[in-house]
Design a protein around this ligand. Structure first.
Ligand SMILES: *[C@@H]1O[C@H](CO)[C@@H](O)[C@H](O)[C@H]1NC(C)=O
Ligand SMILES: *[C@@H]1O[C@H](CO)[C@@H](O)[C@H](O)[C@H]1NC(C)=O
Ligand SMILES: *[C@@H]1O[C@H](CO)[C@@H](O)[C@H](O)[C@H]1NC(C)=O
Ligand SMILES: *[C@@H]1O[C@H](CO)[C@@H](O)[C@H](O)[C@H]1NC(C)=O
Ligand SMILES: *[C@@H]1O[C@H](CO)[C@@H](O)[C@H](O)[C@H]1NC(C)=O
Ligand SMILES: *[C@@H]1O[C@H](CO)[C@@H](O)[C@H](O)[C@H]1NC(C)=O
Ligand SMILES: *[C@@H]1O[C@H](CO)[C@@H](O)[C@H](O)[C@H]1NC(C)=O
Ligand SMILES: *[C@@H]1O[C@H](CO)[C@@H](O)[C@H](O)[C@H]1NC(C)=O
Length: 372
């Protein structure tokens, strides 16, 4: 569809080849993946620098998907159920990014994520293959929502920690790893190719206690700076939901002095493996936008990312959005909006990590400018 402006000479031979080999006519269509945005912390770096912006998406998550052949539609926060249901009839998958927000914050990442997860479950139950990928906080949210809002996270110390994955014996029974090449498996097992940046995590002990093993297959573990074991890769036993505690988008697209992010060829290849796996899952979803106009107006290309790392952000670039206020008396499902009290420090995990990195990076920038 978007290819309609291609030079005719270029298009014709391709069309002939396609029909000659009876390749699916969909072969030229790339998956459209929704990336959930996240509330901007009041008085934080973005709030201070960008008036009126209320949510953001770190551009690395967008590039992560684009680099594997997908296109991205940003998903807003603070919307009513109809908005999410409508979008989920059109997109081919959902990515829940990492970040730094509380699960008890109303009308933000957590509430929006709950709608998306519930709708994806409904679709999959009806036979529509709808994949979700959760990274870091996104993994934490998936597990939390599928455990009916039971807070099962443990304190963990894994900031700026690059690690290989520790595979469990039956990892190859998983969908994520059963057809991984020997080369990638070797790198994942032996080299520092995953970058961790979290202060909370899930442990096998908790998964056993809450019987989360019935819901999730655990493929890999890791150990934090204090030797605490944490779960690093999971997939849902029934639905096409995948989640990682580390950040596969960072070796490819995030660069900051304090992050300890590996940028080796090994790390890049492994990150690319995860991106391609998920985008390929999204190719199995049949949804389409009603027409080209509707798709064009939804795509992320309608927005320009801001270059935020010079301001002190841990992210190189961020897309910023102005959200519409939530409609009163809409179709919010009140039954789904209760939250269990959490007696830890919330998910501040990433919040603390981010502000530490932010301030360190800011200090670094000041130091550089003073010495030049
Ligand atoms: C922020 O919103 C206010 C009220 O709508 C408007 O007057 C102002 O120009 C906006 N500021 C920016 C930077 O967009
Ligand atoms: C969540 O609720 C579902 C449906 O009632 C139930 O099957 C599942 O066991 C619950 N999970 C947890 C961890 O409480
Ligand atoms: C991998 O990173 C860890 C820290 O996460 C470090 O202790 C170790 O030396 C690194 N290994 C290699 C081979 O670079
Ligand atoms: C999974 O790995 C085990 C141990 O390496 C091996 O014995 C088994 O054949 C593998 N199964 C598959 C389906 O590859
Ligand atoms: C991987 O596992 C899936 C799901 O069990 C199965 O359909 C697929 O055939 C397996 N692929 C390989 C290469 O074993
Ligand atoms: C595209 O679909 C939208 C939403 O259904 C509709 O409002 C619009 O008229 C359609 N445009 C075209 C050119 O068909
Ligand atoms: C949901 O919000 C949209 C705007 O995003 C609005 O057009 C629609 O009327 C709302 N639906 C309901 C049922 O409130
Ligand atoms: C959310 O949870 C955190 C951590 O327990 C707490 O500090 C904060 O006050 C809570 N916020 C709301 C709105 O309940």
């Amino acid at each position: 569809m978007l290819d309609s402006h291609w030079p005719l000479l270029l298009l014709l031979p391709i069309a002939v080849v396609l029909s000659a080999n009876t390749i699916s006519p969909d072969a030229s269509i790339s998956p459209i993946i929704g990336v959930l945005s996240q509330e901007i912390a009041p008085n934080g770096l973005l709030a201070r620098n960008f008036k009126n912006k209320t949510s953001y998406i770190a551009a690395s998550y967008v590039k992560f998907l684009e680099g594997a052949g997908a296109r991205v539609v940003p998903i807003g926060i603070g919307r009513n159920r109809s908005y999410y249901e409508d979008l989920m009839q059109k997109i081919n998958g959902v990515l829940l990014p990492g970040g730094a927000t509380w699960f008890n914050q109303s009308n933000g990442y957590s509430d929006a994520g709950e709608h998306l997860i519930n709708i994806a479950i409904d679709l999959n139950n009806k036979g529509v293959f709808m994949p979700i990928w959760g990274t870091c906080l996104g993994m934490e949210l998936l597990v939390y929502k599928l455990a009916n809002g039971t807070e099962a996270r443990t304190d963990c110390s894994s900031i700026a920690q690059p690690l290989p994955l520790e595979f469990k014996a039956d990892f190859n029974q998983s969908r994520l790893f059963n057809s991984t090449s020997d080369l990638i498996m070797d790198l994942l097992k032996k080299e520092n190719v995953t970058i961790n940046s979290h202060r909370y995590c899930y442990t096998e002990k908790t998964f056993e206690a809450l019987q989360l093993y019935k819901t999730w297959r655990v493929m890999t573990l890791n150990h934090d700076w204090d030797g605490i074991e944490f779960i690093s890769t999971i997939e849902h036993v029934r639905y096409p939901f995948y989640a990682v505690q580390f950040h596969p988008e960072k070796p490819l697209y995030e660069f900051n002095a304090k992050g300890n992010i590996p940028h080796t060829q090994a790390a890049v290849s492994c990150s690319q493996f995860f991106a391609e796996f998920f985008v390929n899952e999204a190719r199995r979803n049949p949804n389409i936008f009603k027409n080209q106009t509707e798709l064009s107006s939804a795509l992320i290309y309608n927005y320009s990312p801001e270059y935020t790392s010079p301001l002190g952000s841990a992210f190189v670039q961020q897309y910023l959005f102005e959200d519409i206020p939530i409609e009163e008396g809409g179709d919010e499902d009140e039954d789904n909006t209760h939250y269990f009290p959490y007696n830890g420090n919330g998910n501040g995990a990433d919040a603390v990590a981010l502000s530490t990195i932010t301030y360190s990076a800011l200090a670094f920038c000041l130091w550089v400018s003073l010495h030049n």
